[in-house]
Every structure is written in structure tokens, then in C-alpha cells.
Ligand binder design. Structure first.
Ligand code: PEP
Ligand code: MN
Length: 259
């Protein structure tokens, strides 16, 4: 697979898609909409790091196959999370980029294995901040990825665990300028997981663009109330399309285009 940059200057990479890949029909519907909206990436969870073992754990390889099929149909690049070293090679054979989740920021053996596996083709890796990690700890952990030869990394702020309960996590918007000041990595802001509820997502997304994010992650589902994970925070396709129009205007104001 040829080199895919995760982020180009003056753009905001939109990483939208459902929390979990649930079926070909579900993922295809989102893929078709994202293509229609002129976007280039689609996300989807295939191995889910759920807080409860009784919750939906993801479709595994079947989900990866769906991602590959939908990606090929619409010419979209695909992003999924790996939670286990045993799944890295398998995931890499189906998708265009890997994600490490908040619960694995300090799983250094996983990070080493991803670094080793992606060193040759420099596959993009989205490296999420641990929900209780300082920026220093996050920037230290990312060294596990880059020192093995893959600099194609994007950091992702996704909210912190604080005393506040009005939101699912507290989005640290200041991480955007701090990361820009302290490192050369592009930074994505995942607005869905900190919000935990649909109505807050437009404001958080606009704040992230205004703060200078290089990418946005937004969960989108054809029928959120039926979603197998994170039902309360996923936008419908029309809600996402409407928000994207506003984000395009805001991105233009800061000299960027959303891709
Ligand atoms: C996700 O993006 O699907 C996810 C599980 O996110 P986080 O690791 O930030 O909870
Ligand atoms: Mn989710």
C-alpha cells in the first residue's frame, strides 16, 4: 500500500463514521453519505474496547471486511482501532489507518508492536490521549510509536475524566494549542466521546476548528437510537450534513478546507 499522509497543510481531516461497524448495510449508508459530502475518510470500530464485557464487542474480522468493501466502493480511506497485538497485521491488511484508544495510551507493548508493524509502510496511526493522562505523558508515550520509524502519527484529544459529570468527559480544548506549541504532530479533536450527547457536538466541533485542530472525529450513524454502541452521541446523517456546512464556513475563516 502506498504512503498515505494523515494530514495535509491547511486542511482539516474529517474522521466521521459510526462508533461500531454493525453490518454492510449500515456502514455502506454512512460511506455513501460521506462520499456525497466530498469527504475522504471513514472511521468505524471493529474491535471495541467496551467498559463492560456484556456490551457489543465489535464484529472483528467481519467488520474489517465490511470496511474494506465500503472503502473500495466509495474511494474512502478507512480507520479502525486495534486493541490487541494479535490483530494488528489482520487490521492492516484491510484498512488504511490504525487507531489506539484512550484505554491503551499506556499499553506500551501494543504501541511497540504497532510501531514495528507500521515502520515499513508508514501507515497512519491515530494516537488518542489517555483519559487521565497529562500532555507530558501523552507526548512521552507517542515516542514508542515514532522511535521505531513511523512518523505518520496524528494525536487525538478525546476528553478527560474530571469531577464534572455534565458531559461524558471534559474536552481539553487547550490541548490543541499546547500540542502545536510543543510538538510537530497534527492534532485531531474527537468531539463525540467527550460530549456523550448529540446536542453538544456542534459547539464542541466549532470550538475545535476555531482552536486550530488539524482533524475532527465525529460519530455518525444511519439510525443512532438502534446503535450497538454509543447510541446517545452519534449524529444522524442529516444532522452531520448540516453541521458540516457550518464547519466548512468556519474552516474557511481560518484558512482551511475540510477534506
Ligand atoms: C472510539 O473512537 O471508537 C473510541 C472507543 O474512542 P476512545 O478510545 O476515545 O474512547
Ligand atoms: Mn464510540
Amino acid at each position: 500500500m502506498s504512503y498515505i499522509p494523515f494530514h495535509e497543510p491547511n486542511t482539516i481531516t474529517m474522521l466521521a463514521g459510526p462508533c461500531s461497524v454493525e453490518s454492510l448495510g449500515q456502514f455502506d449508508e454512512v460511506g455513501s453519505a460521506l462520499k456525497e459530502l466530498g469527504l475522504t475518510w471513514i472511521r468505524g470500530g471493529t474491535f471495541k474496547p467496551r467498559s463492560s464485557p456484556y456490551s457489543f464487542q465489535g464484529l472483528g474480522e467481519e467488520g474489517l471486511k465490511i470496511m474494506a468493501e465500503v472503502g473500495a466502493t466509495y474511494g474512502l480511506k478507512t480507520l479502525t482501532e486495534v486493541v490487541d497485538t494479535a490483530h494488528i497485521d489482520m487490521a492492516m491488511s484491510y484498512v488504511n489507518a490504525l487507531q489506539t484508544g484512550t484505554r491503551n495510551m499506556s499499553n506500551f507493548e501494543l504501541l511497540k508492536a504497532i510501531a514495528l508493524a507500521t515502520a515499513t509502510n508508514q501507515m497512519p496511526v491515530l494516537f488518542k490521549r489517555g483519559m487521565a493522562a497529562t500532555i507530558d505523558e501523552w507526548l512521552s508515550a507517542v515516542e514508542y510509536l515514532i522511535t521505531r520509524g513511523n512518523p505518520n502519527i496524528m494525536l487525538c484529544e478525546r476528553g478527560l475524566r474530571t469531577f464534572e459529570t455534565a458531559t461524558r468527559f471534559t474536552l481539553d480544548i487547550s490541548a490543541v494549542p499546547v500540542i502545536h506549541k510543543r510538538s510537530l504532530f497534527p492534532i485531531c479533536v474527537d468531539v463525540s466521546h467527550p460530549a456523550g450527547q448529540v446536542d453538544l457536538i456542534p459547539s464542541l466541533a466549532k470550538a475545535a476548528v476555531a482552536a486550530g485542530c488539524d482533524a475532527l472525529m465525529i460519530e455518525v450513524h444511519p439510525n443512532p437510537s438502534q446503535a450497538k454502541s454509543d447510541a446517545s452521541q452519534q449524529l444522524t446523517i442529516p444532522e452531520f450534513s448540516e453541521l458540516l456546512l457550518e464547519l466548512h464556513a468556519l474552516a474557511a475563516a481560518v484558512g482551511k478546507t475540510i477534506v
